[in-house]
Design a protein around this ligand. Structure first.
Ligand code: NAD
Length: 369
């Protein structure tokens, strides 16, 4: 039995983590979930959003599955997500953006990985008001050679391990001539050590445009904290939306799996949220544990459920995102359908090809409403 820390989180977090646990049970992998609270529930229980008991549990188990946690906007407590990454030195945020069954996307072939430095940059928490009137403010963009070296090395190692085509570094070194150039230099020097893997650079603004026009030209993207946060949501959108986008945070010996999406407070407690992103976090966790067959079963069951489109949540049933009318199902029903399929899927059959992109006209129509 493997002990794994489970943080249900805020908003839709408890529903989607519950969904992932249901699917985990269906895989037959023996996981002992150690449930701990961070975020709003932890504040209610003990007054602090990130209790030491949460950090201790993750340090002890070295594996965690996490739901999203709400961060107050503009004031209130510091982001639990950012603190967690910094305190556990979870420096590599890895966000695969994989289209599933060609649904919800114009780009059914999308298969990108964003590797984002997660401990420094503009999220370092070094910020202050410049004057008493609060008429000017500064946020410091901390970029170190050490953190840049290890994130670019991580990206090249990942590309090598997964036989990816190339690594693209994204920065803004033309304007940010110290921080950008430091990251750029780290990338160039690391690229020179991985001569088998093509390496290139893009300025972040150009990259955003290139990605929405020709995502298939890119593969592994490595970048700093803020750019990675933004581009990984963009890539999630290319692949079919936040509802299907998982993520992983890696340190030297700890791995925490969490979806790209947030706590979506407006859907909390309504059994409406798409559980797939959290279920695919479970898939990544299983792969990390070496449970490859179980992970393959989860991926395939998700794929087939989305391709069938009989039991899918509202975001996969939107008009324009499907060529036939679908009544949306709830979070729990979709999770149960995926769990039901897990032991039944036939892994010896070749993976069905993603259906062609939905007619662009249909998508455009849905966007106008
Ligand atoms: P969000 O991801 O919660 O929501 C963005 C949009 O996507 C909303 O329309 C939402 O309803 C929809 N959405 C998100 N997840 C969905 C799902 N599983 N199924 C269907 N629809 C889904 O982003 P936000 O509104 O900017 O943030 C809400 C809160 O979450 C904020 O407090 C933010 O700080 C926090 N957040 C946490 C994390 C994390 O824990 N890692 C990540 C991002 C945002």
């Amino acid at each position: 039995m493997v002990k794994v820390t489970l943080i249900p989180g805020d908003g839709i977090g408890p529903e989607v983590t519950n969904a992932a646990r249901l699917v985990a049970t269906a895989t037959g992998v023996d996981i002992d979930w150690e449930v701990v609270d961070a975020g709003e529930r932890a504040i209610q229980a003990g007054g602090t959003p990130l209790p030491d008991s949460v950090l201790d549990s993750i340090r002890r188990n070295r594996l965690a599955l996490k739901g999203p946690i709400t961060t107050p906007i503009g004031g209130g407590f510091r982001s639990v997500n950012v603190s967690l990454r910094q305190q556990l030195d979870l420096y590599a945020s890895v966000r695969p953006a994989r289209a599933i069954a060609g649904e919800g996307t114009r780009f059914p072939e999308t298969d990108l990985i964003v590797v984002r430095e997660a401990t420094e940059g503009l999220y370092s928490g070094v910020e202050h008001w410049v004057d008493r009137d609060h008429s000017a403010a500064e946020t410091v963009n901390v970029i170190t050679r050490k953190a840049s070296d290890r994130i670019v090395r991580f990206a090249f190692e990942l590309a090598k391990r997964e036989k990816r085509r190339k690594v693209t570094a994204v920065h803004k070194a033309n304007i940010m001539k110290t921080t950008g150039a430091l990251f750029q230099t780290a990338f160039r020097e690391m690229a020179a050590k991985y001569t088998d893997i093509p390496a290139e650079e893009r300025l972040v603004d150009n990259m955003a445009m290139q990605l929405v026009k020709r995502p298939s030209e890119y593969d592994v993207i490595v970048t700093t904290n803020l750019f990675g946060d933004i581009l990984s949501d963009l890539c999630a959108g290319l692949a079919g939306g936040l509802g299907i986008a998982p993520g992983a945070l890696y340190g030297e010996s700890i791995a925490v799996f969490e979806p790209v999406h947030g706590s979506a407070p407006k859907y909390a407690g309504q059994d409406k949220a798409n559980p797939v992103a959290e279920i695919l976090c479970l898939e990544l966790l299983l792969r990390h544990m070496g449970k490859t067959e179980a992970a393959d079963r989860v991926w395939r069951a998700v794929w087939e459920t989305i391709a069938e489109k009989k039991v899918v949540t509202y975001d996969l049933a939107l008009p324009g995102y499907t060529d036939r009318p679908v009544a949306p199902s709830g979070c729990l029903a979709m999770a149960k359908e995926i769990a039901r399929k897990v032991p039944l899927v036939d892994l010896s059959r070749p993976m069905p090809k993603a259906t062609a992109a939905k007619a662009a006209g249909a998508l455009d129509a849905s966007l106008e409403t």
